[in-house]
Design a binder for this molecule. Structure first.
Ligand code: ADP
Ligand code: ZN
Length: 721
């Protein structure tokens, strides 16, 4: 049969049929280029009978143009693409795009030119040339990279190329990665770690689907423990995928990986250069990439021979993608493991309620690491009631927390203040006329960033300079900052302790891997007394001298009241608390709150995780919320307010009326304007008995929307804005 059906990488097109030219073979999964009118399209040869569509007479089929010389996408990945599109109500083409990652991986040159010193000397030596030559000793890279290393312009280096001092070398982009050695430096595991590792190693060797929830307190050594099944997979010649939530901050992980396996893993994230992306994609597809450490998008890559998936910090909200294909990488990773027939490990100190529920039902096997490694104790937690211990006016730190900081400074120990708010202040207004600074394209306040003298929208990235005068009334020197962000806390700390060495740790200050590495090195070396950070500092760090964690506002996450507010607050505070006392010295955690009796705050104070989860589970059951019932959101948006509203009304008019599905809305979304688009929202709450996806698909298909309207479906939403 040389008729093929293609899944074309264009969501506007359905599946298309083509003919294979004589002598050309393209099994299912092959990536091909095909003609479409005068254009060319990229498509994936799909399994016979799995994509619905009309049969066109064979004579009328056009032949494909080319089979791209990459391995066909494996069957388990094809099944995963189908499942993801179906479950998340997303176009197949959009999901398939994630597997191909970028055109760059498929085509383009396989070599590139890099440069290095040749050993020669220039005819005329200048001070600048001499400095450049010294700086480039032993280096090799592109012109731009070398110019960066030498601190000179590319023009200077080109001058040296012309004189033969720097020579070009041709580099194979697809060159193999250095091999990881499973036996490079195995650790001595504690008996508890060892028991968990043995179980996981057996699962890898069994080569069968097996989902695990690795539930270990902060500092229990989850990483060291799951490195053992990673080593087992390596010994079997199989690939491993490790998903991490914040790939920008993986320095600590990478160092530990290299120490254990003697080589770096293969990285996958959105800011890879296109040559690195191509190299990684190809090595993943041909099976030579042994361990891939990546952000959620690494989940859809075409692993040739996967043996294990690990999702570290599996509770993290950033595994949920909120635009494009709205999927949850934690859940999709379990499906991928199922299609591949391999174990998957969800590791966390504060597992998602959904994951614990699966474990309680016996669907996931739960493995526990209940104690910190090396005998370190968990930190003491105490609440500071802000209604009694009031900070001074325009201040945010209460007396006991200030005393705690003073005490650590005197002892030469480190403190960490946590506030999950970037910038200086979340709202700026005019004292004279009351004008509030708002984003022009979102219904959101502009956040003052004093370090960069800017007002910024945290939703769309809009930025403007802080004006001298109020744009509304023209009065100058009249702007007031309302509420605290981390920059403002840093000011307060500087004021209190001028001699302290302070570091701000946010995505604004640690915005490159180099800066992140510098921060970590300084913190580890004890060169920082007080760290002030956002959620960026809640995970992964291990600073032995850190003995005090202060949570500036534990109530912050409870505002807005979405479904997971309490759970998120619990895990965020527990994670940041887990940074304290990881070394020999015991840790202390001080939590500032106005609601010491709120169940989640009380649970944090009493280290009563089980109690918190039990209460939260009961509340979810009553509300028919996940993991019991299910939620979905439909967002209709348009640049035109009236068009968006009309679309919402029309969809509302044809809403399905079913006993097990409740539909709320339409209503303007809490973020009624986002990036210049007006948004209306339906919330759908379904019982487990309903086929939620089918209901949504049929409902949406019943309306013909205006071309300017975008319809977004969010299954199991995390964001309720
Ligand atoms: P978790 O991820 O569970 O919070 P980590 O994996 O970060 O804990 O481990 C905490 C610290 O203990 C790390 O510095 C780690 O290197 C160390 N550690 C854990 N297990 C061992 C072990 N078996 N041998 C040596 N060091 C260990
Ligand atoms: Zn905005």
């Amino acid at each position: 049969m040389n008729r093929i059906r293609l899944l074309v990488l264009n969501a506007a097109l359905g599946p298309l049929d083509y003919r294979l030219p004589e002598g050309v073979s393209a099994p299912a999964g092959s990536v091909v280029i095909a003609p479409l009118g005068p254009r060319k399209v990229t498509g994936i040869v799909w399994d016979e009978g799995r994509l619905p569509g009309e049969e066109i007479a064979f004579e009328r089929l056009r032949p494909i143009l080319e089979v791209v010389p990459v391995p066909p996408l494996p069957a388990p990945l094809r099944r995963l693409i189908e499942w993801t599109a179906d479950y998340y109500c997303a176009p197949l083409a959009s999901v398939a795009r994630m597997a191909l990652a970028s055109g760059g991986a498929l085509g383009g040159p396989a070599t590139m030119t890099e440069y290095r010193l040749s050993g020669g000397t220039p005819e005329r030596m200048t001070a600048q040339r001499l400095a450049a030559i010294e700086a480039l000793e032993g280096e090799q890279g592109t012109m731009r990279e070398l110019a960066g290393i030498a601190g000179v312009s590319e023009g200077v280096l080109r001058g040296l190329v012309n004189q033969g001092v720097i020579e070009p070398v041709t580099v194979n982009i697809d060159r193999p990665y250095p091999p990881a050695d499973p036996d490079h430096a195995p650790p001595d595991l504690s008996p508890e770690q060892s028991a968990v590792a043995t179980r996981l190693v057996a699962a890898v060797e069994a080569r069968a689907f097996a989902p695990f929830l690795l539930d270990g307190v902060t500092g229990s050594g989850k990483t060291e423990t799951y490195f053992e099944p990673v080593a087992a997979a390596l010994r079997m010649g199989r690939q491993v995928l490790v998903l991490l939530p914040e790939i920008a901050l993986t320095e600590n992980f990478l160092a530990r990986f290299a120490a254990r396996f003697g080589a770096a893993p293969v990285l996958w994230h959105s800011s890879l250069k296109s040559t690195e992306r191509r190299r990684a994609w190809r090595a993943i597809a041909d099976g030579s990439a042994q361990v891939v450490v990546g952000a959620r998008s690494a989940l859809f890559l075409p692993y040739a021979n996967l043996g294990l998936i690990v999702v570290d910090e599996a509770h993290e909200v950033s595994f949920k993608q909120d635009d494009g294909v709205r999927y949850n990488a934690r859940d999709v990773s379990v499906m991928r493991a199922r299609f591949e027939g391999v174990p998957v490990v969800l590791a966390s100190a504060t597992p998602a309620l959904e994951s614990l529920h699966m474990a309680a039902q016996g669907i996931y096997e739960k493995l526990d690491l209940p104690a910190r490694f090396g005998g370190a104790s968990l930190p003491q937690v105490a609440l500071i009631n802000l209604t009694e211990e009031k900070p001074g006016s325009g201040r945010w730190l209460a007396g006991p927390l200030i005393e705690g900081l003073r005490d650590r400074l005197a002892k030469g120990e480190q403190s960490l203040l946590f506030l999950n708010r970037r910038g200086y202040a979340p709202l700026t207004l005019c004292r004279n006329c009351g004008h509030r600074f708002k984003c022009p394209s979102c219904s959101a306040w502009l956040v003052e960033h004093r370090l960069s003298s800017r007002l910024a929208c945290h939703h769309c990235g809009f930025e403007t300079r802080v004006p001298e005068a109020c744009p509304e009334c023209g009065e100058s020197d009249c702007l007031v900052a309302c509420g605290p962000g981390v920059e403002r806390i840093a000011d307060e700390v500087r004021d209190l302790f001028p001699e302290a060495r302070i570091a701000l740790a946010t995505s604004d200050t640690l915005n490159t891997p180099e800066r992140a590495a510098q921060f970590i090195a300084a913190a580890e070396a004890g060169a920082i007394d007080i760290i002030i950070g956002t959620q960026l500092v809640t995970k992964g760090f291990h600073f032995p001298e850190l003995t005090l964690v202060g949570v500036v506002d534990a109530d912050l996450g409870l505002e807005g009241g979405d479904l997971r507010a309490a759970e998120r607050t619990y895990s965020q505070v527990a994670q940041v608390a887990g940074r304290a006392g990881r070394g020999a010295k015991p840790g202390e955690v001080l939590i500032q709150t106005r609601h010491p009796d709120a169940p989640v705050i009380a649970a944090l104070a009493n280290n009563d995780r089980d109690g918190f989860y039990a209460a939260e589970t009961a509340a979810r059951r009553d509300a028919n919320a996940p993991p019991f019932g299910r939620w979905a959101a439909i967002i209709l948006s348009s640049e035109d307010e009236k068009e968006a509203r009309e679309a919402a009304v029309r969809l509302g008019d044809v809403r399905p009326r079913l006993a097990d599905v409740q539909i709320l809305g339409p209503a303007p979304a809490p973020l009624a304007l986002l990036r210049g688009r007006y948004r209306y929202r339906f919330l759908v709450n379904a019982k487990r008995s309903a086929n939620l996806q089918a209901v949504l698909r049929d409902w949406i298909a019943a309306v013909n929307f205006a071309p300017g309207v975008r319809v977004g479906v969010d299954i199991d939403p995390y964001s309720f804005v």
